[in-house]
Design a protein around this ligand. Structure first.
Ligand SMILES: Nc1ncnc2c1ncn2[C@@H]1O[C@H](COP(=O)(O)OP(=O)(O)O)[C@@H](O)[C@H]1O
Ligand SMILES: [Mg+2]
Length: 757
């Protein structure tokens, strides 16, 4: 079977054939030309020899010819022609008649001078007298199996001949006759043949020898190692990557062996890596904690992973719906069938009822598996039990709904603001009743819209840095003002920095407070009424005295001196001024104060409060010492409110001194109210110190409570300190008391200076 086709395929054989052909052609060509050369040179040698031999005959017979000694000539010719190789020696005369010949019967025969040897000279007329040796030479077949060589040489007329006495040749005759010598080439041809045979044998031997040597070397150095290399590569192909082709050489074959060994090693490594990856993917497929199957068009399961085996133990060729979905028919929505149809991945959620009746929810995903020709040959289905996830999802949804409900039902408005832009990202339902706008209208607007235009910049900064804002004035959707307390907490909302803002509408409470403050003010006014009446009494009595005097004079029709009249008019005028000043002050104090704040000088407010009291304190012999810091900084408050605070504290001081006087008896104690204002750093301090009864420890923590009083019914309302406390706090101030029973009390009120909060 491995005969000719194998030989054709063998590189060595082809090479040998090729080298052989080249050798054969080379040697043959060389031999041919060599033989030709040998032949020609042998003939040339013989021709030279025969020509010289001809000359020798001519010289040998010269004398005999001169003497015309025909017998001598014949005898010389016969003797010479006895030599083996000499076949014929003839001497022709000019007419072509053989005059002498070693063959006796030829003598006197006439040859056609236009034929054979004569033709060379006689082809032209007159015949040529001198021609070259080559032209004189002729080779012809002897008819006996060998060739003959004939050379003719002309016998020229010489002076010795023309002048000879024997027989006379005239001078004008150039050629007297011809000598024709014919020799046999039998030996020469034999030698040439032998030489030819020798050369052919040598060519064949060298062809065979060279081919054999080349073949042998190729066999040893090329064919065998190549066979080993082929065997080695076959082994690599069969997977024996560590098999080594051992060729310990440094030439190309050795390098090829090294390259093949290296290739085998690398393929081995790559194969190992591929195997490792394949095993890894196989184990991934097996171990992945969800159900994976590969199905054909009929939904028959071709492959499945360990999770399927463990839970369902399917039989090979089972239909997917029977194998692990506990159904008798295909699912109504089948992503595998869809994938076969559309060629793309599909996804669905399926409710699977297990044998014990429990329902579980699976997330099913499919992917097509294609052949090399892109045809879908199978579909991989991956099912993940998401029951727990669904459960959690429901829980989350419920929880979200719950928190949403809580968020919406928080009675206070709650806003989610973008920290940068103050845009309202979300808000609850409670914003509607407070701000007069629905939740939908709110979202997308900026929270700063609800501030007065002048305050927006201020709050835009403040909302980002402060957490608590009390009694903020805001503008509702319909333009009405409301008062709110604001709480701000930064947090992250859907991945962005946000502020959670709750506001509580304190408008109503504030109004009630205002009314309470007003009521307490009225009560204070009531308490003050006795003192005020007394205060008004003095100017009234002065006016009364003056009017009585004027009436008396008028009735008596007595004239009044101009000087007296002027003095009286001035007196009445000044006392009317004083009275109206007191009334104005009372009216001013009694008016309903605004919630707004302004820059206030505490010294001024304290002086005004004291003004109303000065007279009655004087009557009660209570001394007032004022120690006011002249350059006191302004505070942010309402002067009317501050006055109310100071009046409350002054009334309390007055009452405490009175009480102490009643207890200890008048004249025993110093009746002193010491008013002092000062500032330290950022705080303005107002102190109202009295030498009254002092506050016992038992009630000290109650004095600021509303409606707490130790005074008799009709004298105290118990609102003075609590309202003062509220007012001071509104202006970010503090109020406290230092007190000692039997020594007196010192009420200290402190406010931050303007711009400090
Ligand atoms: N300067 C003071 N010296 C002693 N006790 C005082 C002083 N100021 C207030 N008190 C006590 O605090 C109580 C509450 O004061 P307040 O709130 O002004 O109500 P009222 O003056 O109507 O009683 C007073 O009844 C009194 O017992
Ligand atoms: Mg009081």
């Amino acid at each position: 079977m491995r005969g000719i086709p194998y030989i054709n395929r063998s590189m060595i054989f082809n090479m040998i054939i090729l080298v052989g052909i080249v050798l054969l052609v080379t040697i043959s060509t060389w031999s041919y030309f060599n033989i030709q050369y040998q032949k020609e040179s042998a003939v040339a040698n013989i021709v030279g020899e025969i020509d010289r031999f001809g000359n020798t005959i001519k010289l040998g017979t010269h004398y005999a010819m001169m003497l015309n000694a025909r017998d001598d000539i014949t005898s010389i010719i016969n003797n010479i022609s006895r030599q083996e190789e000499i076949k014929n020696i003839r001497i022709y005369n000019k007419e072509g008649q053989i005059k002498f010949s070693n063959i006796s019967h030829e003598v006197d025969q006439i040859t056609n001078i236009k034929a054979d040897a004569c033709y060379i000279c006689h082809r032209l007329e007159p015949p040529l007298e001198s021609i070259s040796l080559a032209e004189r030479t002729r080779i012809f077949d002897s008819g006996l199996g060998y060739r003959n060589l004939g050379i003719i040489s002309p016998i020229y007329n010489e002076p010795s001949c023309s002048a000879a006495s024997c027989h006379y040749h005239p001078d004008g005759k150039v050629v007297l006759g011809l000598l024709d010598v014919v020799v046999s080439l039998e030996n020469t041809d034999k030698q040439i043949l032998t030489y030819k045979h020798g050369l052919i044998v040598m060519a064949v031997v060298s062809f065979l020898g060279t081919s054999t040597i080349i073949g042998f070397f190729l066999m040893i150095f090329v064919n065998r190692p190549i066979k080993r290399l082929i065997a080695g590569t076959r082994l690599i192909g069969e997977g024996q990557y560590d098999s080594i082709v051992e060729i310990d050489r440094e030439d190309e074959i050795g390098q090829l062996a090294t390259a093949i060994n290296e290739m085998g090693r690398q393929i081995g490594e790559k194969q190992q890596e591929l195997n490792r990856q394949r095993d890894e993917y196989q184990s991934l497929f097996e171990r992945v904690p969800c159900y994976i199957t590969v199905q054909d068009r009929n939904l028959q399961v071709l492959k499945y992973n360990r999770e399927i085996t463990r839970n369902f133990e399917p039989k090979p060729g089972d239909y997917c719906y029977r194998a692990y979905k506990n159904r008798q028919d295909p699912c109504p929505v089948c992503p595998v069938a869809n994938t076969f149809e559309t060629g793309v991945a599909h996804e669905s959620e399926e409710i699977v009822v297990s044998k014990d009746g429990t329902e579980s929810c699976w997330l099913v995903r499919t992917a097509p598996i294609r052949s090399a020709s892109q045809e879908i040959v199978a579909v991989m289905e991956m099912s993940l039990d998401i029951t727990q996830l669904k459960h959690l999802e429901n829980e989350i949804r419920r929880s979200e709904e719950k928190y949403h409900a809580i968020f919406n039902n928080i009675p206070n408005p709650v806003f989610v603001l973008d920290q940068e832009t103050m845009e309202i990202l979300d808000c609850n339902d409670s914003v509607g009743p407070v701000y007069g706008m629905s939740q939908r209208e709110m979202v997308g607007r900026t929270f700063l819209d609800f501030f007065e235009a002048a305050e927006r910049d201020h709050y835009s900064k403040q909302l980002r840095i402060a957490n608590i804002f009390n009694q903020i004035r805001q503008i509702k959707g319909d333009g009405q003002a409301i008062y709110v307390n604001v709480r701000v907490a930064p947090f992250e909302y859907l991945g962005r920095a946000a502020l959670l803002v709750t506001t509580s509408d304190i408008t109503k409470r504030l109004m009630a407070e205002q009314q309470l403050i007003q009521a307490s003010k009225m009560a204070t006014l009531g308490e003050m009424s006795a003192g005020v009446a007394h205060e008004l009494n003095q100017p009234l009595s002065v006016i009364k005295t003056a009017s009585n005097y004027l009436l008396k004079k008028a009735r008596k029709k007595e004239p009044i001196e101009d000087r007296i009249l002027e003095t009286m008019a001035e007196e009445i005028d000044s006392h009317v001024d004083r009275a109206s000043k007191i009334i104005n002050h009372l009216r001013e104090f009694g008016r309903k104060a605004d919630v707004k704040r302004e820059r206030v000088q505490v010294n001024e407010a304290l002086s005004k409060a004291l003004e109303i009291f000065r007279q009655q304190l004087k009557l009660r012999e209570i001394e007032v010492i004022c120690e006011f810091e002249p350059d006191i900084p302004l505070v942010l408050a309402d002067s009317n409110r501050l006055e109310q605070v100071f009046i409350n504290l002054l009334i309390n001081a007055r009452d405490a001194i009175e009480e102490r006087c009643q207890e200890e008896g008048s004249g025993k104690t110093a009746k002193l109210i010491h008013l002092r204002t000062s500032y330290q750093g950022t705080l303005v301090t107002v102190e109202i110190r009295d030498t009254g009864s002092g506050i016992p420890d038992t009630i000290l923590d109650k004095v600021f409570e509303p409606f707490f009083t130790t005074k008799k019914v009709g004298q105290g309302t118990g609102l003075g300190l609590s309202i003062s406390y509220g007012i001071v706090q509104d202006y970010h101030g503090i109020i406290r008391v230092d007190t000692k029973v039997g020594e007196g009390s010192n009420f200290i009120v402190q406010f931050p200076v303007t711009g400090d909060y």
